[in-house]
Each structure stands twice: as structure tokens, then as C-alpha cells.
Write a protein that binds this ligand. Sequence first.
Ligand SMILES: Cc1cc2nc3c(=O)[nH]c(=O)nc-3n(C[C@H](O)[C@H](O)[C@H](O)COP(=O)(O)OP(=O)(O)OC[C@H]3O[C@@H](n4cnc5c(N)ncnc54)[C@H](O)[C@@H]3O)c2cc1C
Length: 425
Amino acid sequence: MFHDNTISPGISWYEFSVAERPTYPVLHETKECDVAVIGGGFTGLSASYHLAKAGLRVVLVDGARFGDGASGRNGGQLGTGQRQWVEKLEKALGHERAKALFDLAEEAKKDILELGNKIDLDYFPGQLSLIHKKREIAAYQAHVENMLRYGYDQLSFMDRKETQDRLGSDFYYGGIRDTGTGHINPLKLVVGLASLASKAGAELYEKTPATSLEVKNDKCIITTPDGYIKSAHVLLATNGYNQTLRGFVDRTIIPIRSYIGATAPLPIDSEILRGGEAVDDSRFVVRYFRKSVDNRLLFGGVESYDKAVADHLADRIRAQMVEIFPKLSEIELTHCWGGTVAITVERMPYIRDIMQNVTYCGGYSGHGVMLAPFMGKLYAESITGKGDRIHSFKELKISPFPGGKTLRRPLLWLAMRFFALMDRF
Ligand SMILES: Cc1cc2nc3c(=O)[nH]c(=O)nc-3n(C[C@H](O)[C@H](O)[C@H](O)COP(=O)(O)OP(=O)(O)OC[C@H]3O[C@@H](n4cnc5c(N)ncnc54)[C@H](O)[C@@H]3O)c2cc1C
């Protein structure tokens, strides 16, 4: 039922929750197509589906198996709006552009819910965004009001008492309840999107890494260990993995490992998240958790930039969880796993034409569950001449991470240690 994932650590609980995870062949020949897609996560699979549905010849390769990147292993939380709140976007971009980005995110959410009619996603409504520092209360209250200006009336502010009742813990100062979003099983979305893409006519290959990508005489040429793909366009949907093609986006995409642990099923009468909502908090290094369909707590929040954390992962996840839910100090963590999140300095997606006819879509900064499939659709829209809404993302300023090739990693490590420390005060 499950397999050995070569690019992300640990076997996830999701592996046991899908009835079937079909395999796709390895590419052993030369292919010609209209669009070649590198990366079979939400972005690549969704783009392939929409492109093939529009009648284009599509070939997708993934170096691992579909979903082995972030898409099949994440927290499953949809959220509302972009990763950055509208207040911040409005300051940087003005109301009109901030509103346009908000509306696109709402459409992305609607799309996922509609996909739920074709794919069983285990969708469950409700999201609590919780306040970790007392001084953040006013900003959270104001956010509920500000969202009304964006036409979004599904938020309500929760005081400490209501938060405690809904969460089953008095750890947070309050928060926002969002009844207009929810959470899904992400691996089911991966499996479903792959099936839709394949049925629409896209050719899908797993365990086929793209080892080089070049553009010659208007043709894009992708090399794989045992084949070639020649195409008019390429979508680079490698997100934070970029196995062999890292050089293309190395300066702007910061890969960070995030880890999740699944507990044994909680007692049926547990007071934890009685309403079944997903939770994220106001830390810089966000803690995020929710219950699974079989009543486990799926708890994320440990991050790392090296492999050392994997050695004592369960202890570190448990320590964070028990801070919030002391009663869970003895509960077994039955599964622990990680994946790579692609972060940008601005914490907004990095969507760019990086060479002639080659577009990179990624860097969703921990907000890709609804945005990545949608970006695949917007990419397809732009290629098939149906619109250029992806431009709203292409024109976002995304800064290179400082430090150059040698200093970037140590600087990042220092920055994240600093922010993790600040979360404590
Ligand atoms: C632990 C964790 C928790 C998260 N929680 C949430 C959450 O709750 N909500 C949310 O919105 N977002 C969350 N995210 C982020 C979200 O999962 C991602 O934004 C989203 O899945 C990105 O999808 P993608 O298709 O762009 O990339 P990925 O799913 O990362 O896929 C990239 C694919 O590219 C392939 N690849 C790389 N290089 C090559 C190559 N050279 N040749 C061929 N294939 C290649 C990889 O094998 C991989 O399959 C989380 C991420 C992680 C890791």
C-alpha cells in the first residue's frame, strides 16, 4: 500500500488513507508535445489536466512518484485569500490589486470544492487562526472587519473563552473562526488530479527526473535518464524540490523542511477540536493541526534546513503538541513525515518566465493546497489563449534571498533561528 519515498522523509498517514495509489510508467523514448510539464504535484498535475482537456498534447514527468513532494504530504488546509493578509498586500499593491488577488484565491477555493464533486477529498469545513501573542489581538479583530470590505463575511473574532471551548485548550489568547474554508486529504487530491489528467489525454510518467532543460531554435528540450521530450512550452512545477534543475530558481526559492506527526486515534469524547476545524497560529514558524477522518491529530510545526531533525522527530513534534494539549503527553505518534515547503522572501508565489517559453510556478510559501492547483489552471489558460490572469502573479515583486550561493544557507539558518526565537517572546 505504501512505498519508500526517495525525496521526502517518512511514510505519511495519508499513504494508508487512500484506497489505491496507481503507478505510472517510466519514460523510455523521445516524445514531442505542445507542453512538457516537469513535476507531478498539484501545480503540474492540474496544468496537465486543463491543458489536455483543451486538446493540447501534454507530457508530464516526475522524478519520484506523484505526490511524493509537498502535495501528497501537507497539512491539507485550504485557508482564505493569499498567504499574506489583505492588509499587507493593500499597503504594498493598493486596494485594487489586493482585491484582484483575493478574488483569485476565492476562485481557487471554489475550484477545489467543485473538484470535490469529481474526487473524494474528505473535505471538512472550518478553520481557526489562533493568536499566540497578546499584542496581536487588535490586528486579528481588525482583520475580521477589513475582510468585510473585501466582501468576505465568513470570519468571526473569538475571545479567549470561545477559543478554549472550540480548541479544547487555553493555550491561545483568541483567534478568528472562518466558516468559509476547510481542509482536505491532499494525497486524495493528487491521486484524483492524476487520474483526471490521464483520462483527459495527458501522458504521465513517474520516476523520470528531468536532468537538463534547454531551449534551442524555439524548441524546448528536456533530457531524462532514458529519453527526451521536445516541446513548444515547458512548465517547471518543481516547487522546492528542483532535484536537478535547482539553478533556475535557486536565488528566489528557499526550500524548508516541514514535519507532521499523526497521533493514534483520539478518544471519541475528546474535547480537542470538537467542531473538526483546521488550526493555524500566528507564529512565524507556524504550528498547524487538524483531526483526520479517523480522529487522529495531525500536528505540524517542526521545521528544519538540515537532515538532523529527522533523528528525534517524534520527540520534537510531541513537545510542541503537548505545550498546547498537555493531556496528549502519553499518546503514541504512529506516523511522522516531512516534505519541502518552497518559501519566498515576500511569502507570495513566484511565477516567472525563466527562459523563452519556460515558466516556473511555485514558491507558494505554505499556502499551495488551493493555490497550486489553481496556478496550474491559470497557466493552462495562458497557454491556450483563454486569458492572462496569471499575470497578476507574474508581476508580483519577489526578491532574491540575500547572501549569494555560499552564504544563502547559513544566513537562512540564522534568520529562521532568529524568528523561531522571536516566537517565544
Ligand atoms: C509538511 C507540509 C505541510 C504543508 N501544509 C500546507 C497546508 O496545510 N496548506 C497549504 O496551503 N500548503 C501547505 N503546504 C504547501 C503545499 O503542500 C505546497 O504549496 C504545494 O503542494 C505545492 O505543490 P507543487 O505541485 O507546486 O509542488 P510539489 O508538490 O512539491 O511537487 C514538486 C514535484 O516536482 C518533482 N520534481 C522536482 N524536480 C524534478 C525534476 N528535475 N524532474 C522531474 N520532477 C521533479 C518532485 O518530485 C515533486 O513531485 C505544506 C507543505 C509541506 C511540505
